[in-house]
Design a protein around this ligand. Structure first.
Ligand code: ATP
Length: 199
């Protein structure tokens, strides 16, 4: 699996539609200060489900939408799509190519799409569990992150190892099952109470 392209339209400094295509090997994005290099990383983090405006260096989510310049009107929406080669089927989806997209409007309305199909954030998260690609994954290392990892709490570091070891999906499934069990126990106890009242 590898990242084939990133399409950005109306996100942060990218008022026009732009497509970055990646080939095998290493690609560097260079440019003067403030030209938008870090915004490309923010775009990837955002499409993968980042919910915190602060993590995207803004104060509110609307800040990801191109806010206009002296010469250009602001955009009404932001759109980012990443396309991954999945011919090795590392992602649990039956396609050789996977495009994950996210769009947000100034009204706050937003949607995720997986290969063009409207999806939930939960679906996007499950797609990337244990691949290192999710927004918390180790494949996106932001400025200052190495230091944060090294000086962070052991539990936070453990999360990175869990992801690399491929056990996050089992942990999530376990947590979901435990929650259903808890709900069922509560239901059972209510049924017992009602039965007790009827007797
Ligand atoms: P450096 O090399 O200094 O780290 P950089 O190339 O990584 O810079 P970014 O931080 O990616 O640059 O981009 C900053 C630019 O993005 C600023 O000029 C800022 O005005 C612009 N920008 C951020 N959000 C928006 C937005 N919503 N609308 C328009 N421009 C924006």
């Amino acid at each position: 699996m590898y990242l084939k392209s990133i399409e950005i339209y109306g996100f942060k400094s990218f008022a026009n539609k732009i497509i970055f295509k990646f080939n095998n090997g290493i690609t560097g994005i260079v440019g003067p200060n403030g030209s938008g290099k870090s915004n490309v990383g923010d775009a990837v983090r955002w499409v993968l489900g980042e919910q915190s405006a602060k993590q995207l260096r803004g104060s509110k989510m609307e800040d990801v939408i191109f806010s206009g310049t002296e010469l250009r009107k602001p955009q009404g929406s932001a759109y980012v799509a990443i396309t991954l080669d999945n011919s090795d089927h590392s992602l649990p989806i039956d396609y050789n190519e996977v495009t994950v997209a996210r769009r947000v409007y100034r009204s706050g309305e937003s949607e995720y799409l997986i290969n063009g199909v409207v999806s939930r954030l939960k679906d996007v998260n499950s797609l990337f569990f244990d691949t290192g690609i999710g927004k918390e994954g180790y494949s996106i290392i932001g400025q200052g992150q190495i230091e944060r990892i090294l000086s962070g709490k052991p539990e936070e570091r453990r999360e990175l190892f869990d992801e690399a070891a491929g056990i996050v999906k089992y942990k999530k499934n376990k947590a979901a099952t435990e929650k259903s069990l808890e709900n069922e126990r509560a239901n059972l106890s209510r049924v017992k109470d009602i039965l007790g009242e009827l007797e």
